[in-house]
Design a protein around this ligand. Sequence first.
Ligand code: NAD
Length: 232
Amino acid sequence: MKKLVVFSGAGISAESGINTFRDSDGLWEQYRIEEVATPEAWAKNPELVQRFYNARRKNILEAQPNIAHQHIAHLEKNYDVYVITQNIDDLHERAGSSKVIHLHGNIRLAKSSGPDAENTREFYSVEGAELNLNKHFCRQGYPLRSHVVWFGEAVPAYTDAQLCVADADIFIVIGTSLQVYPVAGLIHDIPASCTAYYIDPKAEQQHLPAQFQKIAKTATEGLSILVEQLQS
Ligand code: NAD
């Protein structure tokens, strides 16, 4: 079976009703990064950070996977499929994808806010939407924070992702502005022999290696076209 790797960003979940960060109605329009998504924000105002992510978790729990997530899950019938996602939602898993690497964490999980939090691989599941500073603690007694990689923090799963793409036969990048580093660098780690696609409504504006075929469509439209092509 050929190895097919999907690299997804916030755009794949936009049609499920989860805001992206950089589109004009995106989340960054309403919040400043440094107030909610950095270690400094947590040190200064953990209540605000917790509230921000509790709202994200509620939105994600209410959302459903869309046809794009489902197409990717169905590709497992014919391909050895791996999903590498920048998303903190779990819509790939809920659509049925079995191998998912979360580069920036998974909001359905929590981790310690203690000194080793950045690199920990010890996670706690979150019941419902709310993590509470006064109620939820790790084994060492620190409040639990969402399992989300903040700006300025290490990306422990990045090495797994690099290894994963290194022998891909087919690589599909979908719904990402490729502005968040280091993870955006992944597009340069695929083999020269790999067939690569980039699906995004703003595909034409993106500078990409010549190896990539651009599909300037939404995730659901673009994947419907590509899946048909891959299966014929
Ligand atoms: P981004 O907001 O920087 O870019 C979103 C991209 O999606 C843009 O290129 C846009 O053109 C495209 N897009 C918009 N609507 C689309 C659609 N219907 N179909 C396909 N593409 C569409 O997002 P990013 O590149 O993923 O980086 C932002 C960071 O924000 C990520 O690291 C991620 O962790 C985080 N984030 C996650 C979620 C989530 O978990 N769903 C949501 C927002 C942000």
